[in-house]
Design a binder for this molecule. Structure first.
Ligand code: P5A
Length: 444
């Protein structure tokens, strides 16, 4: 279980703001209880089976044993859907699209890692929808895919979207769509999932509505979620050996002004810094002045570590020349900017170029690390060299499990559907026609 300290908390805050803005266009925010009675959690058999080893239980209230133990939510389907059953009566109540941002608890048995696999998931963003028809639920899955794409694009986090194999889908889902990013070591990290729940939970929790034709029907549902992992993906994708390189949108400071101070001219320099700060803030930027009484070199080092996109340096000699020295955090190149000529526009341009460069670099890395093979034997070598491998697959479960067993890696899922007439054979048996291009990798 981890702690968010102030600087990280701000990164988390701006990341959340970005996601909320996207969600709020078509979803409504709600808040459900953290404790789930055992009877509710246990109702949906497949779901509870999937989580049985991961649930923390509250068994006592003070000194008294509880009559019914309470689960700390590992996810909130079983907290939310009993209420959907009460609230949904007619087709006019549909669709429902709610989301909440809460902490959830999973007693993870796999090796835990900061941000990536935690037992208290401090920032779980979970959306839960109910629809009148199967098609609408399918469309909702597509809508969430588009929404997450936009979110990750804004953060410059590259992704591969795939349909998880049946043995790796969310417990209770008809199918699961997942976003994976690739980390610098070549292992993939699942950064978001969207599940088409079909009518499984609707039947278990008796979520029905009276349709236009007067008939009572079960709703169709979807859910989607992501976690603190997004921040891990951002740090890993963009960071370099000098520290963070934060996308401007979520950087606590987008511009850091570093005054170079001597006894002489101190006030003039500080006043000018303040003036520049005001100008940039008026353009909507988050700006700080580092006027700590320490060596400028130490300040540069600190803000490189913290990943501010653009630094401005201003000393008495610059002031005489009416310039400031700007430096982008990605390439650390210095440029002189005139203080009176389009300063704000020039800084905004630098920030844009910086963001685009981060984005392009990360996508480039991902694209260069997806390698296609037609030989099963080639998979280990490619994966060990830090790649995600794409291969042809007939789609058969048993065949897929064989591929996992033989190689020792995880099939991420189906990446692309092949034309039935392609004549390409499945990598595992070389007999069946391949229906899909699938992905396999080492995973976090
Ligand atoms: C979707 C939201 C669900 O729980 N129920 C509501 C669905 N899906 S999930 O795939 O199990 O989790 C959603 C995403 O959360 C991240 N995640 C984690 N992050 C950090 N630590 C963990 N222990 C952890 N477990 C899951 C993953 O990114 C996952 O895709």
């Amino acid at each position: 279980m981890a702690i968010w300290m102030p600087y990280g908390f701000q990164i988390r805050k701006y990341t959340l703001e970005l996601l909320k803005e996207l969600l709020d266009k078509d979803n409504e925010e709600v808040l459900f209880p953290m404790l789930i009675p055992e009877a509710e959690l246990a109702k949906e058999g497949i779901h509870v089976k999937g989580f049985e080893d991961e649930v923390y239980w509250v068994t006592k209230g003070g000194q008294k044993e509880l009559n019914e133990q309470l689960a700390l939510r590992p996810t909130s389907e079983t907290a939310i859907y009993p209420m959907y059953s009460l609230w949904i009566r007619s087709h006019i109540d549909l669709p429902i699209k709610y989301y909440q941002i809460v902490n959830t608890f999973r007693y993870e048995t796999k090796h835990t890692r900061p941000l990536i696999r935690v037992r208290e998931i401090t920032t779980f963003k979970e959306a839960h929808t109910a629809h009148a028809t199967k098609d609408e639920a399918k469309e909702q899955v597509e809508d969430y895919i588009e929404l997450y794409k936009e979110f990750f694009n804004d953060l410059g986090i590259p992704y591969l979207i795939s349909e998880r194999p049946s043995w790796d889908k969310f417990p209770g889902a008809d199918y699961t769509m997942a976003f994976d990013t690739i980390m610098p070591d070549g292992k993939t990290l699942q950064i978001a999932t969207i599940h088409n729940l079909g009518q499984t939970f609707a039947k278990t929790f008796d979520i029905t509505f009276e349709d236009k034709d007067g008939e009572h029907k079960h709703v169709y549902q979807t859910c989607a979620g992501l976690s603190d992992r997004v921040v891990a993906a951002m740090i890993a994708n963009h960071g370099d050996e000098k520290g963070l390189r934060l996308p401007a949108m979520v950087s606590p400071n987008q511009v850091t002004i570093i005054p170079i101070l001597f006894k002489k001219g101190r006030k003039e320099v500080l006043d000018k810094c303040e003036e520049i700060k005001n100008q940039l803030e008026a353009a909507g930027l988050r700006v700080n002045i580092d006027d700590r009484d320490i060596r400028p070199g130490k300040k540069f080092y600190d803000w490189e570590l913290k990943g501010t996109p653009v630094k401005l340096e201003l000393g008495p000699r610059d002031l005489e020349k009416n310039i400031t020295i700007a430096m982008r955090r990605d390439n650390l190149e210095k440029v002189e900017l005139d203080l009176d000529d389009m300063l704000v526009d020039n800084v905004l341009n630098l920030i844009n170029e910086y963001d685009e460069e981060l984005n392009a670099k990360s996508w480039n890395f991902l694209e260069n690390h997806v390698k296609l093979t037609t030989e099963l034997d080639e998979i280990p070598e490619l994966v060990e060299a830090g790649n995600v491998v794409s291969f042809n697959w007939c789609g058969d479960d048993e065949c897929g499990k064989q591929i996992e067993e033989k190689t020792g890696y995880d099939i991420l899922g189906i990446y692309e559907e092949l034309d039935g007439e392609s004549g390409i054979k499945c990598i595992a048996n070389d007999k069946e026609d391949a229906k899909y291009i699938a992905l396999i990798a080492k995973t976090y």
